[in-house]
Ligand binder design. Structure first.
Ligand code: APR
Ligand code: PHB
Length: 390
């Protein structure tokens, strides 16, 4: 049987970032992931990083490519009524965001983990977590190539995403789940075409929400709000580009450069929080503990701030401040709920909700009009978008 200090379940951004930070603090860790590294890198996710996230990547020693290739954005645009409206993030908050894909963050973390020769198990089947509620010797077991493996640790970090095994292993009476499912999804397209605008555009339109995002000066990421029973196969590239154009201001639509999609997928929208985030010697981190709808670009950033809090707590524990782990759940949740609120409010503000009738639609318009008439309202949006302090 192997032993380590922290067993990390899941090699997404949460697990890999935590592993890197712990290693830098001299805390031994092993990452156990059910998929292959290529599979993990194949998942296309969001790409807007808050400074809290880039600071942590820096602390982890994985920011060289982020600084070289990431695109600093000083503002973000909303569109409605055929017009673009800009929120001056830098002017209102003194902070900017960085556009850099989650896939690239994950790749950088994997490269750093390999370079530091830290132990990572990919393609682990039947991963299970044991003995975390009582006692001080939790275990992770898995099967690989038909062989049973066991890892004993001081702690288990459940970084295994929304569908992972860690949260599911907590007895139902010990955990509260808060959830809101939205009645639509996002159809996303990635294409090697120049972005339609230098900044992101969040578009509110009677046909539904749309988002113009980007990965680089030559790669774009676009989304349109779609029905939950839509199928990717029913959306040709041409149908997607036509729908996107219809939801953008005419002068923006006229500039849209289209091309073959290199990825196309539909994601449902969900808000979800599990409470608490610590169960004895098991911690839930990132998507394992909470989900936000992507409208606020908070998913990856929240995962990173959870990791930041847990890193502090474990560093404290091993430095003799054993009580610090008692504060992880409460500290992380305080920030999580604020990001949940922001993501939920952006979702309600910008999407089409026919079930809310003409009154609901007028409320959205009044809120948008108010937003762009009030420095205070724009500042509130901006300070949430760039990320609240840790
Ligand atoms: N055993 C081992 N690994 C598992 C298991 C399991 N039973 N179940 C899931 N995993 C792995 C997944 O294959 C995945 O690689 O855990 C990893 C979880 O990664 P993510 O889902 O990316 O979650 P997280 O690292 O918390 O990152 C959060 O991802 O979904 C976005 O919006 C979210 O950007 C945010 C970020
Ligand atoms: C993305 O680039 O994929 C993206 C950007 C901002 C969001 C959501 C997704 O709010």
């Amino acid at each position: 049987m192997q032993t380590t200090q922290v067993a990390i379940v899941g090699a997404g951004p949460s697990g890999l970032l935590l592993g890197q930070l712990l290693a830098r603090s001299g805390i031994a860790n092993v990452v156990i992931e059910q998929r292959s590294a290529d599979y993990v890198l194949g998942r296309i996710r969001a790409g807007v990083l808050e400074h809290t996230c880039t600071d942590l990547l820096e602390a982890a020693g994985v920011s060289a490519r982020l600084h070289a290739e990431g695109l600093p954005h000083d503002g973000v645009c909303l569109s409605f009524d055929d017009r673009l409206h800009r929120i001056d993030l830098l002017g209102l908050t003194g902070k900017r965001v960085t556009v850099y894909g989650q896939t690239e963050v994950t790749r950088d973390l994997m490269d750093a983990r390999r370079a530091a020769a830290l132990s990572t198990v990919y393609q682990a089947d039947e991963v299970r977590v044991h003995d975390f509620l009582d006692g001080s010797a939790p275990r992770v077991t898995w099967v690989q190539d038909g062989q049973a493996h066991e890892l004993r640790a001081d702690f288990i970090a459940g970084c295994d995403g929304f569908h992972g095994v860690c949260r599911a292993s907590v007895p139902a009476e010990k955990i509260a789940l808060h959830e809101k499912v939205y009645p639509f999804g996002w159809l996303g397209v990635l294409s090697d075409t120049p972005p339609v605008h230098e900044e992101l555009i969040y578009a509110h339109h009677p046909r539904g929400f749309a988002l113009c995002s980007q990965r680089s000066h030559t790669r774009s990421r676009y989304y349109v709000q779609c029905s939950l029973d839509d199928k990717v196969e029913n959306w040709s590239d041409e149908a997607f580009w036509n729908e996107l154009r219809l939801r953008l201001p005419a002068e923006v639509a006229a500039r849209l450069v289209t091309g073959a999609s290199i990825e196309k997928s539909i994601a449902p929208l969900r808000s979800f929080v599990a409470e608490p985030l610590r169960f004895g010697r098991l911690f839930l981190v990132g998507d394992a503990g909470h989900i936000v709808p992507p409208t606020g670009a908070k998913g990856l950033n929240l995962a990173a701030s959870d990791v930041g809090y847990l890193w502090q707590a474990l560093e404290g524990f091993y430095a003799g401040r054993r009580g610090e782990i008692d504060h992880y759940s409460q500290r992380a949740l305080a920030r999580i709920w604020k990001a949940e609120r922001f993501s939920w409010s952006m979702t309600l503000l910008l999407h089409r909700f026919p079930e809310n009738g003409s009154f609901g639609a007028r409320m959205q318009r009044a809120e948008l009009d108010y937003l762009f008439s009030s420095q205070a309202a724009m500042t509130a949006l901006a300070e949430n978008y760039v990320g609240l302090p840790m």
